[in-house]
Design a protein around this ligand. Structure first.
Ligand SMILES: NC(=O)c1ccc[n+]([C@@H]2O[C@H](COP(=O)([O-])OP(=O)(O)OC[C@H]3O[C@@H](n4cnc5c(N)ncnc54)[C@H](O)[C@@H]3O)[C@@H](O)[C@H]2O)c1
Length: 312
């Protein structure tokens, strides 16, 4: 199968590339190397075709989509800090860029998976979050939500193209996904903590650390994506993909210190010291993954401990 992966030099994208190559697919990547890197795919030199370019390059996207059997659309601007520092550029990449990929897939009648996010549910306090949960986001000046807004609009375009033009799309809403090759540079909590622990530096928690999350290993997430493409019954549908085992951020830091045998100390700072104006957080984010489990039999295999060990 010929697979076209946007954002294939990124964290999740490069693991998808590995999995596709391992099963014998011919893989083409389009990545602008903004948060991704050639190092993530260096081990695949000669085995993949890499285009360094932008998903907003309509002609190039149309060509690459037309030459593929399956499109895995992972390219996006992400990371809370990144979004808050480059807001307009991020909205444009995530909305306009995705619209171009979706339109090309419609035009050439290709199967496509798009990467959406648990962020779209915002700060909905009714947890766990299932696929029908409401979006509860802050006011527009709370810039953090622009990522969720752009992704929600991307989903709405995908959904509409499916209804009106038969686009063969499946939407995957990743919850906090972690694993090797993820960088802590753009505010991702697990790699940031592990990096600090391995250097025996302070682990800096924003606020009091009582916020909770559930982490999913990238290997499990990649298996979910590929399993969803194995059947046409998932076309036109949307699925949460997340792990199990809720943990507070303070517990996470303690566990990372313990498993890496680090001498790091935990330090707490207020959100106002960590983020520019326009930030707000959600206290809990817990996925309900019943739908994907019952529909295709997927379930996560990693624990928080095995996730930390895979990074340390
Ligand atoms: N990692 C997570 O926890 C998580 C959670 C929810 C959703 N997602 C979604 O999963 C997808 C992959 O995320 P990731 O964690 O691998 O992040 P990542 O930053 O590692 O990957 C994104 C890739 O897209 C590339 N890219 C960005 N803008 C581009 C553009 N305009 N043209 C071409 N390439 C571009 C980047 O260089 C990078 O390689 C994204 O769509 C993201 O929104 C990730």
């Amino acid at each position: 199968m010929r697979v076209f992966i946007t954002g294939g030099a990124g964290f999740i994208g490069s693991h998808l590339v590995d999995a596709c190559i391992a099963r014998g697919d011919a893989v083409t990547i389009l990545d602008n190397m903004s948060t991704g890197s050639r190092a993530n795919i260096a081990h695949l030199q000669g085995k993949v075709t890499v285009h360094e370019g932008d998903i907003r390059d309509k002609d190039l996207v149309e060509k690459l989509v037309s030459e593929s059997d399956l499109v895995l659309h992972m390219a996006a601007a992400l990371g809370v800090k990144n979004i808050m520092e480059h807001t307009i550029e991020s909205i444009d990449r995530n909305f306009t860029g995705s619209e171009i990929v979706l339109n090309a897939s419609t035009q050439f009648n290709k199967r496509i998976i798009i990467a959406s996010t648990s962020e779209i549910y915002g700060k909905n306090p009714n947890q766990p979050l299932n696929e029908e949960s409401d979006r509860v986001v802050g006011a527009p000046q709370k810039i953090r939500w622009t990522y969720a807004d752009a992704k929600a609009l991307e989903e709405a375009v995908a959904h509409t193209l499916h209804k009106t033009h038969g686009l063969k799309v499946t939407i995957v809403r990743f919850f906090n996904t972690v694993g090797p090759r993820q960088t802590g540079q753009y505010g991702m909590v697990v790699p940031r903590f592990v990096e600090a622990a391995l250097k025996n530096e302070d682990i800096v928690i924003y606020d009091d650390g009582s916020q909770s999350r559930v982490f999913c290993h990238v290997e499990d997430a990649v298996r979910a994506v590929l399993n969803l493409t194995d059947t046409d019954s998932t076309i036109g549908d949307y699925f949460n993909v997340g792990g199990t085992g809720e943990t507070t951020i303070k517990e996470l830091a303690e566990k990372i210190i313990e498993r890496t045998k680090s001498s790091s100390q935990i330090k707490f700072i207020p959100y106002t010291d960590a983020y520019p104006e326009g930030f707000e957080d959600m206290q809990r984010r817990v996925p309900d993954i019943t739908k994907i489990m019952t529909r295709i039999g997927w379930e996560p295999t990693h624990t928080l401990e095995s996730i930390i060990d895979s990074l340390a």
